[in-house]
Design a binder for this molecule. Structure first.
Ligand SMILES: [Zn+2]
Length: 273
């Protein structure tokens, strides 16, 4: 180090800011950069470009491309990721209870998903290989398999989703219209989350101009039928309206069966018109 010929007093200089003053932000950036550089492969933006381009070229819906991209970048809310963010305390797979639940375990390695891939011969070849992470698997599929197979691979993630139960309910086909002058309109809806044994109730109340006055959403334990979910949403909507002193309203739901059942009429007679 050269010796200074000036007689200035020594001072501490932080070399990573322009004025030499320490900032927490600058230290964070250095640590974040070090962390990125210490990760292998896909953390380098240039390396991830071919992967993104490959996913983007697939002839699949955009939502599937986005899902693949998130999965390949380990940015899905897996138990491993939630543990890393201190949301959960343990990361073991809830199905096999053997391995940490990162993306490649969830979507490819877990015994509970293997059967899906093994049921289709198209995917037997990649199953003979070992992959460090899901991004490596996607890169392999994009580069080593025909584009049609890569698209099939991507679509597998949506195809295995349960068909929405709600489609079985007879629906009232209508466009939303504001209520008559001087009235409110109460729209209610029920949703089923069978995999979590939950149902959701949603209510929106608008005024005669179509402006939203108030909304409510609530999760409840899954009732015995989809119609019951809709009925509970209707009941919740009417009670909610009464609680906030709305007594003149039109009630609208998209389940014809529920709109016609006595519970709605009974509550209507109880004060709501
Ligand atoms: Zn597992």
């Amino acid at each position: 180090m050269p010796v200074s010929f000036h007689t200035d007093r020594d001072s501490l200089i932080w070399p990573w800011t322009s004025d030499g003053v320490y900032l927490v932000r600058s230290a964070y950036q250095i640590l974040a950069n070090d962390s990125l550089l210490s990760q292998a492969g896909s953390s380098n933006p240039d390396d991830s470009k071919p992967l993104w381009n490959g996913i983007w070229k697939l002839k699949v819906p955009n939502k599937v491309k986005h899902f693949m991209w998130q999965a390949a970048n380990e940015s899905l809310p897996t138990k491993c990721n939630l543990c890393a963010r201190h949301v959960l305390l343990e990361s073991s797979c809830g199905l096999c209870e053997e391995f940490p639940k990162d993306v490649i375990h969830c979507l490819w390695l877990c015994d509970h998903v293997k059967c899906i891939w093994l049921s289709d011969q198209t995917f037997h070849y990649p199953r003979t290989r070992k992959f460090r992470c899901f991004g490596d698997l996607v890169s392999f599929v994009l580069s080593e398999l025909p584009s049609g197979t890569a698209a099939l691979f991507s679509m597998e993630f949506t195809d295995v989703q349960d068909t929405p139960v709600r489609s079985a309910i007879p629906r009232v086909e209508a466009r939303w219209k504001p209520p008559s002058a001087g009235l409110f309109k109460i729209n209610f809806n029920g949703a089923v989350f069978a995999d979590r044994s939950l149902a959701g109730l949603g209510i929106v109340i608008r005024d005669e101009f179509g402006l939203i006055i108030v909304t409510l959403s609530q999760k409840i334990p899954l009732p015995s039928s989809v119609e019951l979910v809709e009925a509970l949403a209707a009941r919740c909507a009417l009670i909610f309206a009464q609680e906030i002193n709305i007594f003149k309203a039109e009630v609208e739901g998209d389940s014809l069966k529920v709109i016609q059942i006595p519970i709605v009429e009974a509550i209507c007679l109880g004060g709501l018109l």
